[in-house]
Design a protein around this ligand. Sequence first.
Ligand code: ADP
Ligand code: MG
Length: 600
Amino acid sequence: MDVIHLLPDSVANQIAAGEVIQRPASCLKELVENSLDAGAKRVQVIVRDAGRTLLQVIDDGCGMSEMDARLAFERHATSKIREAQDLFSLRTMGFRGEALASICAVAQVEMTTRRAQDETGTLIEIHGSDVVRQEVCSCPVGTNIKVSNLFFNVPVRRKFLKTDQTELRNLLTEFYHIVLVYPKISFTFVHNDEILLELPAGTEKQRIEAVFGNPKKNSYTSAFVEVHTETEMVGIRGFVIKPENATRKSEQYFFVNGRYMRHPYFQKAVLTAYSGMLPNDYQPSFFIYFDIDPEAIDVNIHPTKTEIKFADEQTIFQILMAAVRESLGKFTLSPTIDFDTTNSIDIPVLHDQPVMKPDIQIDPTYNPFHKRGVVYPDKAPKGWESLYEGAGIQKTDRFPDRVQTDFVETLPDTESCPMWQYGGRYILMPSEQGLVMINQHRAHVAVLYMQFLEQLAHAQGAMQQLLFPEVLNVTQDELVIVQQLHDDLRAIGFDVEQLSPDSFSIQAVPSQLANQSAIPVLQHILLQVRERGANTQVEWREQIAQTLAESAAIPYGKNLTEAEMRDIATRLFALPQYRRTPDGKIILSVLSDDEISKRF
Ligand code: ADP
Ligand code: MG
């Protein structure tokens, strides 16, 4: 007898719903994004019991025809793309045609909708994917969608929801991410009959004020300075907090082309711009908006993912850092200093804090068509590089004659050029631009990081069996993380088995860890995953790769043979990002011939 059969749509939708709709907040996000995609000018959100019993979104957008109202709830029904190619020039927030199908699979949905050209609207009611009612109705232009009793038929999901307080916070967080990029749309948010937010249409600054300000206190946004820079590659604008107004608590937001994103690497750029200006445990608040050709960023294929990769993150890192520094500098020094004419390293000091000269470093030879190895090894689709072709990324000549200190125009021939080790820390070699100095540990970290990411993607990490298994004791929440990471840990070479409710035995370790104890490495991975809130596989893989790379990389003080130096340099220069470690540290520096001859 044959045993394979196709799942009924209602079941398939319920399974898919698990991915798209994890909690009320993800449902809200999808609904509000649909309203924005529909061109709404005003969006009202009405919530009961943190979304458990009711999530309603009312918009004045384009509405739907009778036919479309029914089709909208089918899986892969979308008006936003027609073919795969469209994915690469998306301007709408949705495109997968999955949200409504997923939502109606796990809730009771009632929708009324009308287009401006229609006299009557459509009412449709769907319970767990079954259409229970569809009729003509009278309603205003736009769409009014009511999602009741979310997860009524998925008890596990319902149980998984946190307290109302937490779910409401999640709803608001999701809501902030959207309203902060749509200042020209007016929004209201009502929870249990109480108006929590009333946001009139206005500017970005007014929107930030309306969301975070307290009308009884000083203006919130006056604590900020503006950031603005325009290059051919990217436009960056927004607000960063004046150092003296920073506290331990911060609001940190990046947006790209109207979409919220998390970007730890760019966050690092902002933090670097503040370095020396804030007490240790203080965090700067910022709202930074990037404008970039959509073809120069990696399309966000996963609906719940907030990470976005850029074509040249290192250059944008520099541009961002310089822009923020410049704003802080402008603000800290009065009158303003003309950065382009001061060349001295004697930086004026005010508020006892050094103000750093912006050091934008632009690749004068940046070539978007040049293909340099794998960039996103964990998920690079075939022919990925072609996405950037014609993207119009060009070098900018805003700072044409800035000294390049971490850029090697013509990479030295690592097979044959002379190489020396210096101080047990650096590998030195000549190049056409001058003397290249490579930090041996960081170079190796960068090399291993990419290698580990690749091994994770292909589950091909080499294992080394331990003669004497080690025991890792864990707390309750670490236990959950280890279980979550189990497959990835295995992919990279850790053989970890649960021994008891609070311990694991480690039978094998990645061969690169050689003679080190695996315990601190695993503990560090757990800590990172928990603290950095890494909650997607991509994020935790990055954490695993980073921790392992740092543990396995050759340490400072280790004497290297010539063959080892050549090997590291060759592999370093084969990386897409050979100038910075994954967490943004400088790997190499060039002492130019000029600088050298000046000394004599
Ligand atoms: P997607 O947004 O990915 O296309 P959805 O399942 O969220 O998929 O929505 C399916 C389709 O239903 C959309 O493409 C759009 O045509 C229509 N739709 C959904 N919500 C609205 C709305 N608020 N106003 C007008 N049309 C909508
Ligand atoms: Mg949608």
